[in-house]
Design a protein around this ligand. Structure first.
Ligand SMILES: [Zn+2]
Ligand SMILES: [Zn+2]
Length: 491
């Protein structure tokens, strides 16, 4: 994890928010390369799930909603964690997690010496277990109190209870409250889904682990509505579609580079299921912090639509033409965090390799996710014709892809820099490309393309660059493209 955090900062992926003021708890800013990576994740998600599927549509609901939404959803009453406060240092802890961190102890058996003791263990000198504040080691703790995780705010100029509302803790409710709008305006038949990408906020007591758990985060959520009266392949429609979404979601993460061995499915036990959920499965990823939830796929039944119908007084039903009756659809909810997905893609792509006796750090991003697709590098920056050609290539390729020009170091160094940020291809322009007028030599009009993963190089005519990158960045294997061109030594 430390390697990822440090690379992220050094190479412009992720910075701590408000760092010059000492930072804020668990907020992070995406730098120039981080924002590209994040947008690529969201773009392929939107394309694969919303654009390409005939049964899906998009939505962008507002972050601030009517406060009753959160009563109906259960968040006002149930979205809480039990908290205890230290009476001495005023720090606040989650009562159910307090013994998961090391604790400070002033041991009476050793003249009050200060020890930091591993989580959950007793003192090896006096044998006591933790009862006081784990941070300062001195304060008594209050009894647990329920603390709501929603961020409160006020609508309008007056800070009074009547104008109290919340920053949404999930994007899902924006979809539920628009169910009828979408149904009527788009004239849909079940099953269909509505997808949304957007920010959500949770006042987590113990955020941390870099961008894994943050108070402000982005979600990619789908609510897929099915007719509970129907059966598909002999199974109730909701169960069939739940299974399909689990398989699709797993396949999606694998397609964009997460290793099979780093992904697993975890079914929620009966006692951890939300009371309205029929079944929930988490896709877990082996993060640097261990196996943790990457996304959840829940069968939320008709709970949400029924709750909103009850609180709003509006019917949120679907008319089943075949059976001539109104039904409340069931909902399958595949819900993923953008930031968490980004951390998984980053962790899975990170490699330290040894190349010709030197360490090479490389991010083996899927080309569609890589923040930069191509780097154009002039071999000699003093040769005006080489530099001009390189700039022209960058300008041309950047019409379709994110492409950089870099001449700030020697070529070997430039390659390593691009490897480190996961750029799949480099193009170098050299003397051979442009020739040498002083010696009466004409250039061959070819440039070198270097592949990040194999480090193989091929010579490609300038006029073929566009079509070659269309193939390579469109998913063609390097070997199948490289075979058609002249090979050069590895770079
Ligand atoms: Zn304390
Ligand atoms: Zn002790």
């Amino acid at each position: 994890m430390d390697a990822l955090v440090s690379l992220s900062k050094r190479r412009g992926f992720i910075f701590q928010s408000s760092e010059i003021y000492g930072g804020t708890g668990s907020c992070w800013d995406y730098g120039p390369l981080g924002v590209e990576l994040k947008q690529n994740i969201k773009r392929v998600w939107w394309r694969d799930y919303i654009q390409r599927r005939p049964d899906m549509m998009g939505l962008d609901a507002s972050i601030l909603m009517h406060p009753t939404v959160w009563k109906a959803s259960g968040h006002v009453d149930n979205f809480t964690d039990p908290m205890v406060d230290c009476l001495e240092c005023r720090r606040r802890f989650r009562a159910d997690k307090i013994d998961e961190t090391p604790w400070v102890h002033y041991c009476p058996a050793t003249k009050g010496n200060k020890f930091t003791i591993p989580p959950g263990e007793p003192c090896s000198h006096c044998g006591v277990t933790r009862t006081l504040c784990p941070e300062c080691g001195k304060g008594e703790l209050t009894p647990p109190r329920q603390f709501n995780l929603m961020f409160k705010t006020f609508m309008g100029p007056v800070e009074e209870d009547a104008s109290l509302t919340y920053l949404r803790p999930e994007t899902a409710q924006g979809i539920f409250v628009n169910f009828d709008n979408v149904l009527q305006s788009m004239r849909r038949k079940l099953p269909f889904g509505i997808g949304q990408i957007g920010k959500a906020f949770r006042n987590e007591i113990t955020p941390g682990n870099f961008i894994f758990r943050t108070r402000e985060f982005e979600q990619m959520e789908i609510e897929f509505f099915v007719n509970p009266l129907e059966t598909v392949e002999g199974r109730p429609a909701d169960e069939y579609w739940h299974e399909r979404w689990i398989e699709d979601s797993m396949a999606w993460f694998r397609r964009y580079g997460l290793g099979e061995e780093n992904l697993r499915l975890r079914e929620h036990e009966a006692d951890e299921l939300a009371h309205y959920a029929k079944r929930t499965a988490d896709i877990e990823y082996r993060f640097p912090i261990g196996w943790s939830e990457l996304m959840g796929i829940a069968n939320r039944t008709d709970f949400d639509l029924k709750q909103h119908a009850k609180f709003s007084g509006k019917a949120l039903t679907y008319f089943d033409e075949e059976r001539k009756e109104h039904v409340v659809p069931y909902v399958i909810e595949p819900s993923a965090g953008v930031d968490r997905a980004l951390l998984a893609f980053l962790a899975d792509a990170y490699r330290e390799e040894e190349v010709r006796g030197e360490k090479r750090v490389v991010l083996r991003f899927h080309p569609e996710l890589a923040p930069l697709k191509v780097a154009v590098l002039p071999l000699l920056k003093k040769r005006e014709d080489i530099v001009r050609t390189a700039h022209a290539i960058r300008d041309e390729l950047s019409k379709d892809w994110s492409v950089v020009y870099d001449d700030t170091a020697a070529i070997g160094r430039l390659y390593r820099r691009q490897d480190e940020v996961g750029t799949p291809y480099c193009v170098t322009v050299d003397v051979q490309t442009v020739g040498d007028q002083a010696k009466g030599e004409v250039g061959d009009g070819k440039v070198t393309i270097r592949d990040r993963d194999s480090m193989e190089q091929i010579r490609v005519p300038l006029e073929a660059l566009g079509s070659v990158f269309r193939e390579l960045l469109g998913g063609a294997a390097w070997a199948s493209v490289a075979g058609r061109f002249e090979r050069k030594g590895d770079g």
